[in-house]
Structure formats: C-alpha cells, structure tokens
Design a protein around this ligand. Structure first.
Ligand code: UDX
Ligand code: ADP
Length: 463
C-alpha cells in the first residue's frame, strides 16, 4: 500500500507521521508546494512544534515516511491520497468572513484528476463544508485519462499541543463514504493501532457535518463558561469553582470548562462560521444565529479583557509598558492562528500601550506578521501610523522575566507550564508598582502572587 498526503501542515504532517510510524508496511509520502516547509520536515527542526512528534518522525522518516515537493509523482505512485490542505475563511466575494475557502481543495482535486492513473481512493482530511466531497467527486469523474476514484471523508480530531497523544489513542476515527471496499481499506490502515470498535463509519455527509458539529459543541462549552466568567466577576463567584461544581455532574463532564481570555486556533471560529454560512444557505436563520452567538461571546471575552486592564490601570495604558506572556493560541504549540493574544495586543496598541512580548515557541517574525495582519482586517490595508505603532510600541524578547522588567503589568495570554515556575519575587522587584498581573488563563498561583505584593486580576474572579 502506498499513501500520499497533499499538505504538510499541522494536520497532514503529524497524522501521516503517525500512520507511517504505526504501519511499517505502508509507504507514506507527504507533499507540499512550500519548499521551505518540506525542507523543515526533512531537517532536525520540524515546522510544527508538538510534544513527542520529533521521536515519531525520526523513527519513520527515510524508512516509510517521506517529505517531498514532487506532488505529481507522489499522486501517481499512491493507492490512497489524503487531501490535507488549508481551508481558511474566505476573505473575498460571496460568503466573505464566513464560508470556507475551498479553492486549495479544488486545485488538489484537479491535480489528482490529471496526474492519476488506475484506481485511487481520495480521502478528505481537511475540514470542509458539507457536500464538498460531491464537488471533489465531480472533478475526479471528469478526469479524461481513464482513472477511477472513490471519495472518503476522514476528518481529523487531533488538537494541537496534544496531537501525538490524540493520534496514538483517538476517542474515535470517523470514516464517511459510499464504497464499502474503499472504507474497508482505510479502516485497515487505522486498525494497525486503533481498536476496531473505535472506528466509526457513516455516510459522507454525516462525516463532514460531524467534524463541524464537534468543533461547534467544544467552542460552545468554552463560550458558555466564559459567559459565566463575566457574571462571576460581577457577583463575587469564582468561575473555577463553578466549573468544578458543574463538571462533576456526569452529564456535563469536566472537560472544556476552563475559562480563558477566549478561544483561538485555526478551527473553532472557522468551523462555526462555516456552519453559520451553511445554515443561512439552507434558510435556517434561527440555527445560524444560535451558533453565531458562540463567536460573538468569544469576541466579547477578548475585548473585555483589554477593557478591564485599562480600567484597572487607572484608565490609561498609554506609553505604559506591558509584558505579554504567551502568543500561541494554547500551550505546547507554535501556532498563533486566531490566538486571543493577537486581538488583545491590537486593542492595547490602540490604547498606545508599549508591549514586550514573549512566547517560548513563536518567532518575532510571526508576532509582527500577525499584528500587521490584524490591523489590516477591517479595511484590507494597514495605515502608515498603524505600521509605525507596531514598529515603535512592540518588542519581542527572549524570556518572561525580560518582558516583565520595567513593566507596569503582566498579561498571561497562553498557559505555558513554564510560567508557573518563575521566581516571582525577583520579577516583582523589576516592575513598576502597583505591579499588576492579568491572568487570562487562570494559570498562576494567585494567592502566592498577592502575598508577594502583586495585584492580581483573573478571569471570572473578583480581586
Ligand atoms: C480543536 C479540537 O479540539 C480538535 O478536535 C479539532 O480537530 C481541531 O480543533 P485545537 O484548536 O487544536 O483543536 O485546540 P483545542 O484544545 O480544542 O483548543 C482550542 C482553543 O480553546 C484554545 O485557544 C484553547 O486555549 C481554548 N480552550 C480550550 C479554552 O479556552 N478552554 C477550554 O476549556 C478548552
Ligand atoms: P492545517 O492546519 O489544516 O494542516 P496548514 O496551513 O498548516 O493547515 O497546512 C496546509 C498546507 O497545505 C500548507 O503547507 C500549504 O502549503 C499546503 N497546500 C495548499 N494547497 C496545496 C496544493 N495545491 N498542493 C500542495 N500543497 C498545498
């Protein structure tokens, strides 16, 4: 068996590495147009930071795991082709800001149609709008070189930061399709390490919709607890205590109830917007509005974090230095897509704060790119003044302590474990007084910090 995966990103790379690692009898080639990314996959510095991934890649690379830019050759040689390209929210035309841009998926389908010979199983791995498989099928059917195709949907449920564990031990693997034989072949791949009872098979549309629904439900839980966090701050309740109390109800369960500065990542917002667009398309206005509220609540949570900072710091942060701890959308990843930190930094910059940003995995280049992009969202361009603001008011430093030095406040944006183990006595000495901590992740030991002399403001707690 020979597998090809188009797209060497956060989904394609780790997933294929795991398949190769667990299935030594299968040759796996991951291809991408981006030469830099492929070079990184072939080097000691993988483009994706994931705990445990280095070991998995090292064990399989060169044996039965290959990374290449030779897309056509890999398609030709493969029995099964995964499509794992990005499907960002459309920024132009009909459905802009809501619908998923499936341009890259269509390009892949056309390339597969052209380069194939014989029979191929094409597997959608990217999260796609429901019924995209239909479009992929039609493009493939129009291939005029006599090739034949089966199309399957096999959405990925891994979460970044825990990708290796999620892939090793998935709650379930979902495979949607029409052809029993094709489904059977993909089931056999996963059955190398996943118990068969955890491999669910459905029709194509159920599979596509299940992925959107799973992400919508997860994001909804975060928005629900974040909504309650605002009420906790107003009433004196403690959101972590509330989360614990409700999470012990086995019908609710304890996971995904951690209140935060807001969810980020490449999936939650994009998938809900996509779901909203789909509902509107089918005339289901109430359903669309229901899900849209999850995003509105998340925007509110990010916005009110900055507002609380400004209010607390005597109604002005202008030219005050603030340490931003963490820029990734969650710990244990270098991914910043839709990170709450980006929006909080934008709002603080609009208040003319000076930001000293530190993240253990995110590069300065990425931070600056994200900030320039967020200022460009509304109009499509960034003004000279905004560019100057980022240049003059943002510095990216190489430790949390350095960020705190000379700052009026620390804002914890990402829940990196290392932030829990710092020497807060010496950090306090290096800061202006009052030394504020705004813990956007309820990560730190607030009692200890308060006893040292910090003024701590946490999500869903009164000071
Ligand atoms: C998500 C889904 O979990 C995964 O199944 C799917 O395949 C892709 O989308 P991911 O975005 O990588 O995964 O990370 P996830 O752990 O879901 O976190 C998403 C965001 O929600 C992060 O910003 C995280 O910090 C935030 N979050 C999560 C909370 O604020 N509180 C929580 O309790 C859980
Ligand atoms: P995800 O989080 O869904 O994996 P990424 O953006 O990390 O998304 O990765 C998607 C990858 O797909 C990118 O590296 C991009 O270069 C690649 N890609 C997009 N279109 C094509 C294509 N037509 N052929 C090959 N690779 C592609």
């Amino acid at each position: 068996m020979n597998i090809c995966c188009i797209g060497a990103g956060y989904v394609g790379g780790p997933t294929m590495a795991m398949i190769a690692y667990k299935c030594p009898d299968i040759q796996v080639t991951v291809v991408d147009l981006n030469q830099k990314r492929i070079d990184a996959w072939n080097s000691d510095h993988l483009p994706v930071y994931e705990p445990g991934l280095d070991e998995v890649v090292k064990a399989a690379r060169g044996r039965n795991l290959h990374f290449s830019t030779e897309v056509n050759a890999a398609i030709k040689a493969a029995d099964m082709i995964f499509i794992a390209v990005n499907t960002p929210t459309k920024t132009f035309g009909t459905g802009a800001g809501r619908a998923a841009n499936v341009e890259f998926v269509e390009k892949c389908a056309r390339q597969i149609a052209e380069a194939s010979s014989g029979h191929k199983i094409v597997v959608e791995k990217s999260t796609l709008p429901v019924r995209t498989a239909e479009a992929v099928k039609r493009i493939l059917e129009n291939s005029n070189n006599g090739s034949t195709f089966d199309v399957l949907s096999n959405p990925e449920f891994l979460a970044e930061g825990t990708a290796v564990q999620d892939l090793l031990n998935p709650d379930r693997v979902l495979i949607g399709g029409e052809s029993k034989a094709a489904i059977g072949k993909l089931v056999d791949v996963y059955a190398h390490w996943v118990p068969r009872e955890r491999i669910l098979t459905t029709n194509l549309w159920s599979s596509e919709l299940s992925k959107l629904t799973a992400n919508a439900f997860l994001a909804q839980r975060v928005s629900s607890i974040n909504a309650i966090s605002a009420l906790c701050e107003a009433t004196g309740a403690d959101v972590d205590e509330v989360a614990k109390a409700i999470g012990t109800d086995s019908r609710i369960g304890p996971k995904f109830l951690k209140s935060s500065v807001g969810f980020g990542g490449s999936c939650f917002q994009k998938d809900i917007l996509n779901l909203v667009y789909l509902c509107e398309h089918f005339g289901l206005r109430e359903v669309a509005e229901y899900w849209e509220q999850v995003i509105r609540m998340n925007d509110y949570q990010k916005r009110r974090f900055c507002e609380r900072m400004v209010r607390t710091m005597f109604n002005t942060v202008s030219n005050k230095q603030i340490a931003i701890w963490g820029f990734a959308f969650k710990k244990d990843t270098n991914d910043t897509r839709e990170s709450a930190a980006i929006y909080v930094c934008r709002d603080l910059l609009n208040e003319r704060a000076k930001l000293k940003i530190y993240d253990p995995q995110v590069s300065e280049e990425q931070v600056r790119r994200d900030l320039i992009e967020v200022f460009s969202y509304a109009t499509g361009t960034i003004t000279d003044q905004e560019r100057a603001l980022i240049a003059d008011h943002v510095s990216v430093v190489s430790s949390a302590e350095e960020a705190a030095r000379g700052s009026h406040a620390i804002a914890v944006m990402t829940e990196w474990d290392a932030f829990k183990k710092l020497n807060y006595e010496s950090i306090l000495q290096s800061m202006y007084r009052p030394a504020f901590v705004f813990d956007g992740r309820n990560l730190l030991n607030h009692k200890h910090l308060t006893s040292l002399g910090f003024e701590v403001h946490a999500i869903g707690k009164t000071t």
